[in-house]
Design a protein around this ligand. Structure first.
Ligand SMILES: Cc1cc2nc3c(=O)[nH]c(=O)nc-3n(C[C@H](O)[C@H](O)[C@H](O)COP(=O)(O)OP(=O)(O)OC[C@H]3O[C@@H](n4cnc5c(N)ncnc54)[C@H](O)[C@@H]3O)c2cc1C
Length: 444
C-alpha cells in the first residue's frame, strides 16, 4: 500500500495549524491555503481566480476517507459554510454540499423524513460521502450516490452545471472522486421517517458463506460481522417497527459504547496490542462474547449508525453478489495465511446495483467486504494478502478506503472508466481538481 506519510495516531492536524490529516491519521499534508466559501457565487469566484493563477484546488469534506483522495496539495476548500437544506418535498431534499449526514438526518427528522439508508457513521459531508460510493447494507437500497436525483457543481472553468436525471453526466458525477468540480448542491431521494428494530444472531463462521443467499433477503437491511480469531459471526437484521414510547435505552446504550468503550477503553487496549500483538486473539475472543446485545429499537439514523469507533484503518472490496460467500471465506482464510493479528471486525454488507459509472456497485448487486485493523504493524501484510485474494475474484476497491490500485487496473474493473475520464476532460480540462492520488487512480 502506498501512502504519503508514515502512520501517526496522535495530535491530528486536521484543519488546525493549516494542516490536513484524514480521520485515521494515515495521510497528512500542508496545503498552501484554506478557503471556506459561503455561497455558490463564492465558489465560482474562487475557481475562476485559481484558474487565472494556474492553481490547483481540492475540496475536503469531513476528511473521513482512509486514503489520500481528499488530500489538498495547493488550495484546500472546505464547504463547512455551505450547509443546510435548500428545499424539500415528500420524496426529495436539496441540500448544500457541505452538510454533514448527521445534520441532514436531524433536519429531515424534524420534517418527518429520512434517508432510506445510511452507512455506519454519519460524520461525513454529503458531497464527500457520495464521492466514494459510501454505502450501508441492503439489497433494496443502493449506496448514497444511488439516491442522488440532481447535482449542482462548479466546473474547472468556474461555470455552474446543473446535472439532472436527463443528463448523462449525472451518472458520472454520482461517485465523483472530487475530480469533476466542486459540488455545491445535491438533490436526494427521501422517504417518510421510520423506526427500525435490530436483531442479532450468532452463526458459526464456516456456515456464513452458505447462508448468505438467505441472509441477504431475510430483512430489508442485513449485514454480517466477524471478529477475526473467533469461531462465530454475528448476523444483523433490521426490520421496520412502530416507534417506541421512549428512546432512553438506545441512547444510554450509545453513550456507553461511544464515550466509554470506543473513546477510552478500546484506544488503551489497541495501544497495548500494538506493543504486544500476540494478545489480540485472546482479546477478540473475550470481546466477541460481549458483542451480543439486546435488540435495539429507534429512529433509523440512530440504528444505522454505530458509535464513532476507536481509530483504526480499513480496506474494502466489492464483488458480485454471487461471489460474496467465496469472498467471505477467503477473507477468513487470509487471517491465517498472512499470519497476522487483527483486532477489528471483518464486515460483510450487501449493496443494490446502480448506474454510477465509478460506483463499486455499477451494473449489479454486490457484496462489499471490509477488512479493518488497528494493528499497524500487521496492516500491510493483512491488506496485501486480502487484496491478493480479492483480486482473484475480480473485486473493485472502495474509493474511500486503503487501495493500492492504479488507473490501468481500475479501467478493467469499471466498464465506464473511460467515459468517466472523458467527462473529467470535459469538466476539468486543466486538471485543476487533481492531486497525486487522483493522478494514480485516474491517470493524468
Ligand atoms: C469511522 C468511519 C466509518 C466509515 N463507515 C463507512 C460506511 O459505513 N460505509 C462506507 O461506504 N464508507 C464508510 N466510511 C468511508 C467514508 O464514508 C468515505 O470515505 C467518505 O467518502 C468520506 O466522506 P467525507 O465527507 O469525509 O469526504 P472526504 O474524505 O473529505 O473526501 C472524499 C472525496 O470527496 C471530495 N469532496 C468532498 N467534498 C466535495 C465537494 N463539495 N465537491 C467536490 N468534491 C468534494 C474530496 O475531494 C474527496 O475526493 C467510513 C469512514 C470512517 C472514518
Amino acid at each position: 500500500m502506498t501512502r504519503s506519510t508514515a502512520p501517526r495516531w496522535r495530535r491530528p492536524p486536521m484543519l488546525r495549524g493549516g494542516g490536513f490529516a484524514n480521520w485515521a491519521r494515515t495521510e497528512s499534508c500542508v496545503p498552501s491555503q484554506w478557503m471556506s466559501p459561503a455561497t455558490e457565487d463564492d465558489v465560482v469566484a474562487l475557481v475562476q481566480r485559481a484558474r487565472v493563477d494556474g492553481r490547483r484546488v481540492r475540496c475536503v469534506g469531513a476528511g473521513h476517507s482512509f486514503n489520500a483522495l481528499a488530500a489538498p496539495t495547493d488550495i484546500a476548500v472546505s464547504l463547512d459554510n455551505l450547509r443546510g437544506i435548500v428545499a424539500y418535498d415528500d420524496t426529495t431534499v436539496t441540500v448544500l454540499a457541505g452538510t454533514r449526514l448527521r445534520d441532514l438526518s436531524a433536519a429531515l427528522a424534524a420534517r418527518g423524513l429520512a434517508l432510506p439508508i445510511l452507512g455506519s457513521i454519519a460524520d461525513q459531508s454529503i458531497a464527500g460521502a457520495i464521492a466514494t460510493g459510501t454505502h450501508g447494507s441492503s439489497l433494496t437500497h443502493p449506496n448514497l450516490s444511488g439516491l442522488v436525483r440532481a447535482i449542482g457543481l462548479v466546473d474547472g472553468a468556474g461555470v455552474v452545471r446543473d446535472l439532472g436525471e436527463d443528463d448523462d453526466l449525472l451518472d458520472a458525477a454520482r461517485v465523483h472522486l472530487g475530480a469533476l468540480g466542486i459540488l455545491t448542491r445535491v438533490r436526494l431521494r427521501v422517504v417518510p421517517a421510520f423506526t427500525l428494530r435490530e436483531r442479532i444472531e450468532w452463526l458459526p463462521v464456516g456456515e456464513v458463506a452458505a447462508a448468505l443467499p438467505e441472509i441477504s433477503t431475510s430483512a430489508e437491511y442485513t449485514k454480517v460481522w466477524w471478529m477475526p480469531h473467533t469461531p462465530k459471526a454475528l448476523v444483523f437484521r433490521y426490520e421496520r417497527v412502530p416507534a417506541p414510547r421512549t428512546l432512553l435505552a438506545v441512547h444510554a446504550d450509545r453513550f456507553i459504547d461511544e464515550k466509554i468503550l470506543h473513546r477510552s477503553l478500546l484506544p488503551a487496549i489497541f495501544a497495548a496490542q500494538r506493543r504486544q500483538s500476540g494478545w489480540v486473539p485472546m482479546f477478540n475472543r473475550t470481546a466477541g462474547r460481549t458483542l451480543k446485545k439486546a435488540s435495539r429499537i429507534g429512529p433509523s439514523p440512530l440504528i444505522f449508525s454505530t458509535p464513532m469507533p476507536a481509530r483504526h484503518t480499513e480496506t474494502e472490496a466489492s464483488v458480485p453478489l454471487a461471489s460474496g460467500g467465496a469472498a467471505f471465506d477467503a477473507a477468513v482464510q487470509v487471517v491465517d495465511d498472512a499470519d497476522v493479528h487483527v483486532n477489528f471486525i471483518t464486515e460483510l454488507r450487501f449493496v443494490k446495483g446502480d448506474t454510477g459509472w465509478l460506483s463499486p456497485a455499477y451494473g449489479g448487486d454486490v457484496v462489499q467486504l471490509g477488512a479493518y485493523t488497528a494493528v499497524l504493524g500487521d496492516r500491510d501484510r493483512y491488506f496485501g494478502e486480502f487484496w491478493r485474494r480479492m483480486r482473484e475474484l475480480g473485486a473493485r476497491p472502495h474509493w474511500g478506503k486503503e487501495l493500492d490500485h492504479a488507473a490501468d487496473e481500475l479501467r478493467t474493473l469499471y466498464p465506464r472508466f473511460d467515459d468517466f475520464t472523458a467527462a473529467r476532460a470535459q469538466l476539468d480540462p486543466d486538471r485543476m481538481f487533481a492531486n497525486p492520488f487522483l493522478d494514480r487512480v485516474l491517470g493524468n
